[in-house]
Design a protein around this ligand. Structure first.
Ligand SMILES: [Mn+2]
Length: 324
């Protein structure tokens, strides 16, 4: 079995590289894009060539991220002449999209991640499931490379840190996470913008969708499992789409009896599922049974075949099994 490299070895490999392809995962979140942007910026400051990539565009709440428009969304380079491929936040090689050609051409692959389901597919791997976020690992990496984040880089990394910890609320929050937050604030992270846009803004259709979701909330198995299913018709009626479901799955966890919360939603050609756990059940193990992954308390998967009702039945059975 492959083991982790040290951060010093990762830094060394990065210093050796001249041109880079960097990506996070598809359907990027704050951590994925924040880490991609901060590392891209640092490497450019070191006079490296960088091609930052993201298969998909983020939701509207991340458009404030500095230099977001420099990311190549969904567009692979015409020439694959970079020497180093850096995978951030990708527990498996396909998490960033179909990047076979990138893997084939790169002389070295560096894999940095904090998912418990992370695979050691890089030439260099640094997977720390105890880190709250890839952004937190980036702070370590910056320090290892004796680089102080610029204000913009700090804003990107702080975004990853707060979104993955839910503002230092989730159990993945450690003294190191908070110290990283303080450090990034010191470096000039624009927390006013981050807090306003990410946490104090909800467009009207999303507000209505949250209302609809709570209306549809059902409890199963003596109240231990919460389930919300959002259908195509729900999205259509409220003029919203599956991207606008962020945060909904976390709401039912507040109900005292609930151990696991499930959000199922119909997306074009597939059913997407988010899982949250209060702590008793490792939902990443359940997500893996369905071809997905994630963390012990927050995981997800997507299924192209089968309808929502069938998946719901199987899923409820799997969760009940774990609650025994
Ligand atoms: Mn993350």
């Amino acid at each position: 079995m492959k083991k982790n490299n040290t951060l010093a070895q990762i830094a060394q490999a990065i210093k050796k590289g001249k041109s880079f392809f960097i990506t996070g995962h598809q359907n990027p979140d704050g951590d994925s894009l924040g880490s991609t942007l901060a590392l891209t910026s640092l490497l450019r400051r070191m006079d490296k060539e960088v091609y930052p990539f993201s298969k998909d565009r983020p939701g509207d709440d991340l458009f404030f991220l500095p230099d977001l428009n420099k990311v190549n969304f969904g567009v692979l380079p015409t020439e694959h002449n970079y020497d180093t491929l850096i995978m951030l936040e990708c527990s498996e090689p396909t998490r960033g999209g179909n990047l076979d050609i990138c893997f084939k051409n790169a002389k070295q692959v560096i894999n940095i991640d904090h998912h418990i389901t992370g695979q050691f597919y890089g030439d260099f791997n640094y997977i720390d499931a105890k880190a709250s976020s890839t952004a937190e690992i980036m702070v370590r990496l910056f320090k290892e490379m004796n680089a102080r984040p610029t204000a913009n880089e700090a804003t990107c990394l702080y975004t990853g840190l707060v979104t993955d910890t839910a503002r230092f609320l989730h159990s993945n929050t450690t003294p190191e996470s908070m110290a990283a937050g303080a450090f990034l604030l010191e470096c000039g992270a624009d927390i006013k913008t981050i807090n306003t846009i990410i946490y104090n803004t909800k467009p009207y259709p999303e507000m209505k969708l949250l209302g609809r979701a709570l209306e549809k909330l059902k409890l199963h198995h003596k109240g231990q499992i919460a389930e919300i299913s959002l259908l195509k018709s729900d999205f259509k009626k409220l003029k919203t789409d599956p991207r606008h479901t962020q945060g909904i799955v976390s709401q039912p966890i507040m109900v005292p009896s609930v151990e696991v919360s499930l959000l199922l939603r119909e997306e074009p050609g597939k059913v997407a599922v988010n899982l949250r756990s209060k702590g008793k059940v490792d939902v990443s193990a359940i997500a893996q049974e369905f071809g997905g992954g994630g963390h012990a308390r927050a995981a997800g998967f997507k299924i192209a075949k089968g309808n929502l009702e069938t998946i719901k039945k199987k899923l409820l059975k799997a969760v009940k099994e774990k609650l025994k």
